[in-house]
Design a protein around this ligand. Structure first.
Ligand SMILES: Nc1ncnc2c1ncn2[C@@H]1O[C@H](COP(=O)(O)OP(=O)(O)O)[C@@H](O)[C@H]1O
Ligand SMILES: [Mg+2]
Length: 486
């Protein structure tokens, strides 16, 4: 029994992470089957969009999902009626539907299925079903135990991105195959597939894409779905590091290595030992440090600043950039050999506008749920006009911009109803005084065009970077970074 109670504790610890939900729920089922001495367990979810049951929403085609209409078979009946059901001899039980056995080649003998709810008396989110108990059919103890576990699983579900769309109605909405990551567009499927493939190896991955597209979030997903998940995920943000500090940040320093170094400090590489080191905005790495990083990538060896001892660390390296690294290589700003070392696998993260308006709406609803909870607002509803504005916007700042819009709308709409007046003014309507254009010579690379444009905007805002950022539809850090990039 003790074994049974501790079953879900470890699963809960995975929930704040970007884990593959199929893998998480499969693991829950595996443990549940073992604890109940059953041959296997299946978690069926009620799909609020399709109105049927789905066994999993696997991303990879080699693990197909089973589907079952509500009301059909044991799981379908439990989902519809919300009552536990027990079958002691499937072959002799008229309620049993053998379609899935025929599909999978499995032979069900005994079966126990309980409705999954977030709270007692609440709407049904799914069905947990255990099959073929060893040494005879399931008994009343098993029934009690499965009921208790079904509630715990319901709680676990409510903490994932697989949550209910509506508190009072049955079903869950599938917003994406990874926890905390929303996205079901075709453009994102390609990303998820690469993440899972890369997560199965130690290969270096270079994540590319515009600012705010989720590169950091997706890098963490690679780590938490990899064999290194229990070891640290350590980020080095290359934009915030002055050239003199990069080396000591990465590799650490010895006492007395430079003025102010009054004790030995380990670098990020050492802290990440056994885990993953994430080099965010690696394109900003100063040229002086690129050689040191290259050596570490080639040999796994490094020295602390001011130290003579050669150290080694087993670290998987991921990197991200929004820059055109090929142009940086051509311009001599980024070492070509380092570029090839970093981009063993390339992951192109699509901009939000490439994911389409349905995805924008999905993300908007996800953020609305999160922020209404956080700011103590009632559940959000969107006015059709506000929704049309969101769906039609160009999203230069990508998911991060959308996240900010929704948070501010949730705060500004205390009754939970978001209308167009709660969204930023449409940019086209903003009055731009005549004669304030910017002349740019042809032949500049796009980075340079961007920098000059941002500079001019900041100048027009009398140096106020926050105001310039607002007008440009990006975050202030982005403006600061672009101004620094030369
Ligand atoms: N697919 C997504 N689902 C949910 N939140 C997302 C998604 N993509 C990005 N976000 C959120 O948007 C913000 C920006 O993402 P981030 O990973 O920092 O972008 P980038 O590193 O590309 O600039 C973060 O708060 C992140 O959690
Ligand atoms: Mg980032």
């Amino acid at each position: 029994m003790r074994h049974r109670l501790s079953l879900l504790v470890d699963l809960a610890s995975l929930l704040p992470r970007e884990v593959d939900l199929d893998a998480l729920l499969t693991e829950a089922c595996r443990r549940l089957a073992a604890a109940m001495e059953a041959d296997r367990a299946t978690l069926w979810l009620v799909d609020a969009d399709e109105g049927d049951l789905v066994s999993r929403f696997a991303l990879l085609p080699e693990v197909p999902a089973l589907r079952q209409p509500l009301g059909r078979g044991i799981a379908g009946t439990v989902a519809r009626d919300g009552e536990l059901m027990r079958v002691d001899d499937a072959a002799a039980d008229a309620r049993f539907d053998s379609t899935n056995d025929e599909l999978t080649g499995y032979r069900t003998r005994s079966l126990l299925a309980a409705p999954v709810r977030e709270r007692r008396g609440g709407p049904v989110r799914g069905v947990i079903q255990v099959l073929n108990r060893r040494g005879g059919p399931f008994d009343a103890d098993d029934e009690r135990y499965l009921r208790a576990l079904a509630l715990q699983i319901g709680h676990v579900l409510s903490l994932t991105t697989l949550r209910a769309r509506d508190e009072s109605r049955p079903g869950v909405v599938f917003r994406g195959p990874f926890n905390r990551i929303v996205g079901r567009s075709r453009a994102m499927d390609a990303v998820y597939e690469r993440i899972l493939l890369a997560a199965g190896t130690d290969a270096r991955v270079l994540l590319r894409g515009e600012t705010g597209t989720g590169k950091t979030l997706l890098a963490r997903a690679i780590h938490v779905n990899s064999a290194r998940q229990a070891a640290p995920f350590v980020t080095v943000d290359c934009t915030t590091l002055p050239a003199q500090l990069v080396e000591s940040e990465l590799f650490g320093h010895e006492r007395g290595a430079f003025t102010g170094a009054d004790k030995r400090v380990p670098g990020r590489v050492e802290i990440a030992r056994g885990g993953t080191l994430f080099l965010d905005e690696v394109g900003e790495l100063p040229p002086e440090s690129q050689g040191k990083l290259l050596r570490f990538l080639q040999e796994g060896a490094f020295e602390r600043v001011g130290g003579r001892e050669t150290l080694r660390a087993d670290v998987r390296v991921l990197a991200a950039t929004h820059r055109d690294l090929e142009a940086d290589v051509r311009a001599g700003r980024f070492r070509e050999d380092l570029y090839y070392r970093l981009r063993v696998v390339e992951l192109e993260v699509p901009s939000l506008r490439e994911r389409g308006p349905d995805e924008v709406e999905r993300l908007a609803r996800h953020f609305a749920e999160r922020f209404s909870g956080r700011h103590g607002r009632p559940a959000t509803t969107f006015d059709p006009e506000a929704l049309a504005t969101l769906r039609g916007h160009h999203w230069p700042g990508n998911v991060r911009e959308l996240e900010h819009w929704i948070e501010s709308a949730v705060v500004l709409a205390p009754d939970g109803h978001v209308g167009p007046e709660h969204l930023p003014r449409p940019r086209a309507l903003r009055s731009i005084p005549p004669g304030t254009g910017l002349e740019l010579p042809l032949g500049l690379d796009l980075e340079e065009v961007r920098r000059r444009y941002v500079e001019a905007t900041v100048a027009r805002c009398e140096g106020n970077q926050s105001e310039a950022a607002r007008q440009l539809g990006v975050g202030r850090n982005t403006v600061a970074r672009i101004l620094r990039s030369e």
